[in-house]
Design a protein around this ligand. Structure first.
Ligand code: SF4
Length: 476
């Protein structure tokens, strides 16, 4: 029996197992809810850790390491390996939203809730606000950002759509990111359209509830599916199956009206997120701050340099010598928004050139070319979040000499993957080799721009300008 056949059978059984063991999965979800709530709440009741606190002797640092060092980077990685199984099987926020929806008002979902711009706005808003309050460092900030999101998820569940996950489908801040990354997964719930049609005649069908409201019959990939397994073997037409990790991006391409999704990719994941990860180590940020401070002093405007705001607006922990003045906080926001806008515009311009090389302007083709950058964007998020992992492991005395080569190896792999996807996409549109090469080159140059930002963060800036770090720098 071939390996492919074996893996197909194993996956089909795994999908059916998920369908048959809802009770076990719900029990698991409640365990994760309890664990998540403890990590969110208990550290806020303890004093802030001092400089001697370590992962193994301080619960706050332990929670910080688990949330930002392990949980988030590996949830992102799981999207690329298993699709959105995290969402459907373990996510505490989704589980709570679905749970509250069972007892709620079951109202119809209004138009504003279904707005396609939410994934971008929610991701950008959470990322920027997280940096304003230093979410990676302080338990109160974690409680406001993550706890606030969980409470909002429960309220949405209480108001709209019984037994569904309206929050996850429309408002979750990472929904758009997961939607994009899960398209790279080598497994999916495959729909056999003929078997589905035959099922109308052959036997009685037990209806199933798809919590994230995926139109299952027409499902073509992982983007919307939470891999909960409830529909496995439904109408003898749905099977968890292996596939090429390139298939969904190259063959299915972007859904209709996905301009916001492209904005999330180019301006959000490859823009705002890069700005958020890198401002603390950028010497250009220091130069900008010095220039602004000098200008303010010369004009005798002192309050932005002297005043601070409460910790839930801008970081404010005087006992830990970590206070953003109004100037600091404003510059952090301006820097992140500025990097997001600059990266988004540069990448869009390059992809527009590639689109132009393939013929008359076509929105869908532009969005399709942008999708080639998903591996690089995902790798960037992983590298940015794992920078926190590294900075938390450093004081523990862990040998980290392998980290830098691993980072550049991952980046090289992501570039290669993007290159292969771009080749598959341009082949679908190009009339000749000339068009093909030009369009592919536009994606390759976009990759080089993104690589440059990571090179700067992981060593380049120390070459460009040795020794400068912003006050409060996290990964220097
Ligand atoms: S289509 Fe819906 S029910 Fe089926 S696995 Fe995906 S999320 Fe679950």
């Amino acid at each position: 029996m071939s390996v492919t056949l074996l893996s197909s059978r194993f996956l089909a059984r795994a999908g059916d197992w998920l369908a048959r063991h809802r009770g076990t999965l719900i029990g698991l979800q409640w365990l994760v809810v309890v664990f998540y709530a403890s990590l969110l709440i208990i550290p806020t009741l303890l004093p802030l850790p001092d400089s001697d606190a370590r992962i193994l002797n301080n619960l706050t640092v332990f929670a910080q390491f688990l949330f930002w060092g392990i949980w988030w980077p590996f949830v992102l990685l799981s999207m690329v390996l298993l699709g959105r199984a995290w969402c459907g099987v373990l996510c505490p926020e989704g589980a709570l939203s679905e749970f509250t929806s069972r007892f709620g008002l079951n109202r119809a979902m209004p138009h504003w809730l279904r707005w396609s711009g939410w994934p971008f706005v929610a991701f950008a808003g959470t990322t920027i606000y997280g940096q304003m309050v230093s979410v990676y460092q302080y338990p109160q900030a974690v409680l406001v950002v993550l706890g606030g999101s969980t409470v909002a998820a429960m309220i949405i569940g209480l108001i709209y759509a019984r037994d569904r996950r309206a929050w996850c489908k429309y408002l979750c801040p990472v929904n758009g990111v997961f939607n994009l990354l899960s398209r790279l997964a080598p497994i999916h719930f495959r729909v056999d359209v003929d078997a589905w049609k035959n099922s109308y005649h052959s036997h009685k069908v037990i209806p199933i509830v798809c919590a994230p409201m995926v139109p299952i019959r027409n499902m073509q990939g992982n983007a919307e599916c939470h891999m909960c397994g409830r529909c496995s073997s439904h109408r003898d037409a749905i099977t968890l199956s292996p596939r090429s990790p390139n298939a969904e991006i190259v063959r299915v391409g972007p859904p209709k009206e996905s301009m916001w999704q492209t904005a999330l990719l180019l301006f959000g994941m490859l823009g705002i997120a890069i700005g958020a990860f890198q401002w603390t180590v950028s010497p250009w940020m220091v130069t900008l701050k010095q220039a602004c401070a000098e200008w303010l002093i010369n004009h005798d405007i002192m309050w932005p340099l002297e005043k601070s705001l409460p910790w839930y607006v801008f970081t404010n922990y005087p006992l830990h010598n970590d206070v953003f003045t109004i100037l600091d906080g404003t510059l952090v926001v301006a820097w992140i928004v500025g990097v997001g806008a600059l990266m988004g515009c540069v990448l869009s311009a390059l992809l527009a050139l590639g689109n132009g090389a393939l013929g008359k302007w076509d929105n869908k083709r532009f969005q399709h070319l942008a999708l080639a950058l998903v591996p690089l964007a995902g790798c960037g998020l992983f590298l940015g979040l794992s920078a926190t992992t590294v900075s938390l492991l450093r004081p523990e005395g862990v040998n980290l000499t392998w980290v830098q080569p691993l980072r550049f190896t991952l980046l090289a792999g992501a570039n290669l993957w993007t290159g292969v996807l771009a080749l598959g996409i341009v082949r679908r549109y190009a009339a000749g080799n000339g068009q093909r090469v030009l369009a592919w080159l536009s994606v390759a140059i976009a990759c080089a721009v993104v690589d440059l930002t990571w090179w700067l963060m992981f060593g380049g800036w120390t070459v460009v300008q040795w020794g400068h770090c912003m006050p409060g720098a996290r990964v220097c």
